[in-house]
Structures are given as C-alpha cells and as structure tokens.
Design a protein around this ligand. Structure first.
Ligand code: NAD
Length: 456
C-alpha cells in the first residue's frame, strides 16, 4: 500500500498537501533508471549540457515567485528569504553551467609515451536534503553533479518536499531527461538508506545533523562510497571591545535568528569582550525586541515560525524556566509553531545552552577576557562550521580568523554563503566542500591514461 505524508504550513498548522512517500523498491527502481540514463547523459556534448543547465536556470528564474510562495507555505520562511533561496538555485545552475565546457584533463610529460588525464563522472549521485533550506541545499548538490555528467536522485526532507518536486518539473520543462534528475520524497531510513546501500549510487551528498551524518559515513564505508557531509554547527560571533559595537549589536539578531535560528551557520554563541559585555547587552536588547516575528508571507516579517510542533518542543526543553533568560522578543499567539527570539546569559561554559546546537531562536551571550580566551572558547566545541569576528584591528581579524577552527568565517559581517566560494565544515561539522570553483571536481574521478609511443 502506498504511504503518504501530510505536509503542513508551520505558520497555520493547516495541511497543505498529502505527498506520497517513496518505498525502498521504488527507490531502487529510480536508482536503476538513473544508472541506465548515464551513457546518454555523458554523451551529451559539453556545450549542449551547459545549454540545458542554463535553460533549467531560466525556468527557475521565471518561477522564482511561485517557488518562494511554496517555500513560505511549506517551511515558514519569510518571503524575502524564500525569494533569495529560489534565486540562489538559479544562480548556482548558471554558475555550474560554465563547468561542462571547462572540465579539462591534463597532458603530463612522461618518458616513452603520452600521458593524459580525464575528469570522469562518478555515476549516480544521491543527494539528501534537510528541512531548513530545502532549495539552496538541493541546488548545491544537483547543479555541480549534473554539470560533471552524473545523474542525480534527490531526497528532500519529509517535512519540506514541495519546492524540490517543483524543481524536478522545471528541470523536465527545460529538457533535462526525466531519469537524469529524479526527486524522491520519503523517509530518511528508507529512501536515504537505499542511497547509502545501493551499489549503483556512487556518491552520497548529505546535509543534516551530525548524528545522521556519522551513520551515513559509516554506511558508505562498506562500499568505499564517496561522501560529502554538511553537518551541524554551534558557531561563535566574537565581538571585541574595539569593534563598532552599535553595528555588531544591531546585526547580531540577523546572524542568529534568521530562519528562526534553524540555520547550521546561526551564530548561536555571542562571545563578547568582558570590558564591553554590559554595554553590548544594552545595545542588543532593543535590536532583539525589534525583530518582527509573524506571518512569513508579509513583506516586513523578519522571522517566521519553527518547522514543526515536535521541533518547538525540542527547542523549548532547553528553557525549562526563565533562570538563564536575559530578555526576549515577541511571537504571535494561536496557531503556528511560534517561539520568540530569546537571549540567554548562562553562567557556565558547559551549559547545554552554550554547547548544543539548539537549532532555534535562542542565543547565549558569554564574556571573554582577551584574544587568546576568545579563540579557545570559540574552538571549545566538536563543531567547526562558521563564525563572525567583530573588530576594527586588521591584524587581530586575521590572527583570530586563522585561530578559529571553522570552515566559513566573516569579519564584521554575518554572511556565510556566497556561491562563488567554498562552503563546508571543520571537525564534526562535515567533510568536503560545496560551492565555489572546485565543487565540480568532487563529482568527478580522475582517470589517468598512458599511451606508449614506442614503435610497435
Ligand atoms: P536530519 O539529519 O534529521 O535529516 C537530514 C536528512 O537526512 C533528511 O532528509 C532525513 O530524512 C534524512 N535522513 C534521516 N535519517 C537518515 C538515514 N538513516 N539515512 C539516510 N538519510 C536519513 O537533519 P534535519 O533535522 O533535517 O536538519 C537539521 C540539521 O541539518 C542540523 O543539524 C543542521 O545543522 C544541519 N544542516 C547543516 C548544513 C550545512 O551545510 N552544514 C545546512 C543545513 C542544515
């Protein structure tokens, strides 16, 4: 019997659509079709593959408003963010459309012959996507994978499949063959698990929690399957006394409460130099209380709801009482999985509020004495994804950037993602890099061929 899943609007709790969950058997059949589609997709001339990706990008561009509205309804993202996310898929497709014609091998001088290398596609690539950024994270996997001549099976998160299903329709409209890019909504333990186990899937690109990522890596090890992992984060926003404190405080809410804190790059620890700690909290309070929380389809809304009732319970459990709460913003009453932006000031560095990835709108503000302590505190975590450094001292900005063990740092800014630059984590935040000029190579295998020039 076919199983279905009720997809809800987290701002209203209303059911939007019933989506069919793909079974293990149908996942295997899709993987086999993706495998069968490889020779024809590989044979598409590089310029033609580039044109197909550009047509896909154009189809996304024409559909940005529709995709954005779907994401607002399905994920509770603010309309402004959702437009950016759909636009990011378009941009990433355009960026990697340049790759097929530039995927070149090398000729290496060797004695006795000619040696050439080829950048071969891997085969079928399985992309597993979390619920927090359904569109961009899908695009970061499928765009470079398709550009390199692979076929793709993609599993969106159970809670947020709607934009991925629409992207599959747009790919078909653009002329990408149906079996070259397939979207399979379903459960992680079924569809995702088959990506890991099926020998015809040659690489798994996983974005999600560190806990599941670890299991995927262990599962892939059985076949020495290639894997890229983008996992959790507990990122530090380090504010030095010499920083532009007004700007640091005014932008800090964006750095952590964007997407209601459901962001692997959320700066959920603000480390503030002790000499300006009280002043920083004074400046932060009105900024946090001013965050506009509410209907995500309104143009002026800055923060929407959490993704589900279950997730809100998980976030709530971090604050059994108000003991650690310094202040909080507002959130609507009534239907919807709302949670106010909340600032906590725990006394101990081992408090779960300081150590755990809460993945909700709670930020811990903690004092530090000097530069060495700031770096030590920033690194006192198993994660290493992103972070911010606020200072006017260029030397310090560079020293601290080199000292913090994280893949994506920004100085006097909270931006983490620019598709031209590599994105990924140190330590338990992941393995490998997405985006940037080198991402396509992660979807190829180097083949080395020697041709003897000796007389036969
Ligand atoms: P999750 O790990 O629960 O699920 C992620 C995806 O994996 C979903 O599609 C899920 O169905 C699937 N999955 C679950 N169990 C599986 C299994 N056994 N085998 C195969 N697939 C399985 O994560 P989530 O709750 O959807 O997302 C939140 C997490 O994602 C956070 O930890 C966040 O930090 C992380 N994240 C990381 C990045 C990054 O780029 N580093 C980006 C976004 C989110």
């Amino acid at each position: 019997m076919t199983q279905t899943f009720e997809v809800r609007n987290p701002a209203t709790e209303r059911v939007l659509r019933e989506v069919e969950l793909t079974s293990a058997e149908r996942t295997d059949a899709a993987i086999e079709r993706a495998h069968a589609a490889l020779p024809a997709w590989r044979a598409v001339a590089p310029g033609d593959r580039a044109r197909l990706l550009r047509r896909f990008a154009d189809a996304v561009d024409a559909d940005v408003e529709n995709l954005a509205r779907l994401e607002v309804a399905n994920s509770g993202h603010t309309i402004g963010n959702a437009r950016w996310e759909a636009g990011n898929v378009r941009d990433v497709l355009h960026y990697y459309a340049a790759a097929p014609e530039r995927l070149i091998g090398k000729q290496i001088p060797v004695p006795g012959g000619v040696n050439v290398t080829f950048a071969e596609p891997l085969g079928v690539v399985g992309v597993i996507v979390p619920w927090n950024f359904p569109m961009p994270i899908a695009g970061w996997g499928f765009a470079p994978a398709l550009a390199a001549g692979n076929t793709v099976v993609l599993k969106p998160a159970e809670l947020t499949p709607l934009t991925a299903l629409r992207l599959a329709e747009l790919a078909r409209e653009a002329g990408i063959p149906e079996d070259v890019f397939q979207v399979l909504p379903g459960k992680g333990g079924v569809v995702g698990q088959r990506f890991v186990e099926h020998p015809l899937v040659r690489k798994v690109v996983f974005t999600g929690s560190t806990e599941v990522g670890r299991r995927i890596m262990a599962g892939c090890a059985a076949q020495v399957k290639r894997v890229t992992l983008e996992l959790g984060g507990k990122n530090a926003n380090i504010v030095f006394a010499d920083a532009d404190l007004e700007r640091a405080a005014a932008t800090a809410p964006y750095g952590v409460f964007d997407n209601a804190g459901q962001d692997c790059c959320a700066r959920s620890r603000i480390l503030v130099q002790a000499s300006v700690y009280d002043r920083f909290l004074e400046l932060l309070e009105p900024a946090v209380k001013g965050v506009v929380v509410g209907d995500p389809s309104h143009e002026s809304t800055e923060m929407g709801p959490l993704i589900s009732a279950e997730h809100r319970e998980r976030v709530r459990a971090y604050l059994p009482d108000d003991a650690n709460v310094a202040f909080r913003g507002s959130a609507p009453d009534g239907a919807g999985y709302w949670f106010p932006p909340t600032v906590v000031t725990p006394r101990s560095a081992t408090d779960p509020l300081v150590t755990d990835e809460i993945f909700g709108p709670i930020v811990a503000v903690v004092p530090f004495a000097d530069e060495a302590e700031a770096v030590a505190m920033a690194n006192d975590t198993a994660y290493g994804l992103s972070g911010s450094i606020w200072t006017r001292d260029v030397g310090r900005a560079l020293r601290v950037s080199r000292g913090v063990e994280a893949g994506n740092l920004s100085v006097n800014s909270h931006a983490s993602v620019r598709y031209w630059t590599p994105f990924g984590g140190f330590k338990q935040s992941g393995l490998g890099r997405e985006l940037g000029p080198d991402a396509v190579e992660a979807f190829t295998e180097v083949k080395n061929v020697f041709i003897s020039t000796e007389e036969q």
